[in-house]
Design a protein around this ligand. Structure first.
Ligand SMILES: [Zn+2]
Ligand SMILES: [Zn+2]
Ligand SMILES: [Zn+2]
Ligand SMILES: [Zn+2]
Length: 275
């Protein structure tokens, strides 16, 4: 590895040359660095009276220019904004391995889905703020979320107890099969007075690419009725919240839940298969 870098340098190439990044472009990008947070100051770009810029996130927290201590005022730098629209900026996660450079208009969208973005704790609800890389997710769950039970096998029953508990409730369990770990989530939300809705979904402790190799089936079954949902598991990198918001999962209301429940407990058959 290091030898290759040396060879590149000997030929006058920068180590990032293979990604097509233009060194002039990289130098230009550094001109947009905010002196406070070192992120890029992107349009609208505001400057102090002497021309120093600061990013729009730091700007409201400052009373004077962090570079010259002069007043900040409300001076926009249109020339910098014009230049910004032609500069290729490195992805926010370049330090953890992403080699992409993007126009600032594409940067935010890319970073949302960038494979080098850290993983968040996959437990539903926003109470756990943990972040880390994929390899650290299972150790995190084992140590910090000890109450989550794990069942082995591709065909299991996810038993949610006391589904009549009032308010918003989450049920979580893990399923281990095909050498991977899946997290099963049943979430009850109170939509508006009286209407409660259940959302059931499966997420893989893995990347989006890995998730595409699997399919899951959720089935409510009993009392001569059957309700089935089949889909690709979500990657925990995407999380389940947006899928739940879009009803891209098994959705049913309390009336349906009652049809399948026994003594307030609901069993969901979960089958995971490779495809
Ligand atoms: Zn800043
Ligand atoms: Zn200044
Ligand atoms: Zn990236
Ligand atoms: Zn957590």
């Amino acid at each position: 590895m290091s030898r290759q870098t040396n060879n590149n340098k000997a030929r006058g190439h920068t180590p990032t040359g293979s990604t097509g990044a233009n060194p002039t472009n990289n130098d230009l990008a550094t001109l947009f660095e905010c002196p406070v947070c070192f992120d890029y100051a992107l349009p609208p770009i505001m400057q102090c009276q002497s021309g120093h810029i600061v990013c729009s996130f730091c700007r409201p927290k400052l009373t004077m220019c962090p570079t010259c201590r002069g007043p900040l005022g409300n001076i926009r730098n249109l020339a910098m904004e014009k230049v910004a629209s032609t500069v290729m900026f490195p992805c926010k996660y370049s330090s953890t391995g992403c080699a992409q450079t993007l126009l600032h208009t594409e940067k935010g969208d890319h970073e949302e889905t960038c494979e080098f973005r850290p993983y968040c704790c996959p437990c539903p609800g926003a109470s756990c703020k943990w972040q880390g890389n994929l390899e650290q997710v299972m150790p995190h769950l084992v140590h910090q979320h000890k109450s989550i039970t794990t069942l082995q096998g591709e065909d299991i029953v996810f038993l949610a107890t006391d589904i009549n508990l009032p308010g918003a409730v989450d049920w979580v369990m893990m399923q281990s099969c095909f050498g991977h770990n899946f997290m099963l989530v049943l979430e009850k939300q109170e939509k508006y007075d009286g209407l409660q809705q259940f959302y059931a979904i499966v997420q893989l402790i893995g990347t989006r690419k890995q998730a595409e190799n699997f399919a899951y089936r959720l089935e409510l079954n009993g009392h001569r009725r059957r309700l089935t949902w089949e889909a690709t598991p979500r990657s925990i990198h995407d999380g389940v919240q947006s899928a739940i918001q879009n009803s891209d999962c098994l959705v049913f209301d309390t009336n349906i839940a009652q049809l399948f429940a026994d003594n307030g407990n609901l069993g969901i058959n979960v089958t995971i298969s490779m495809c």
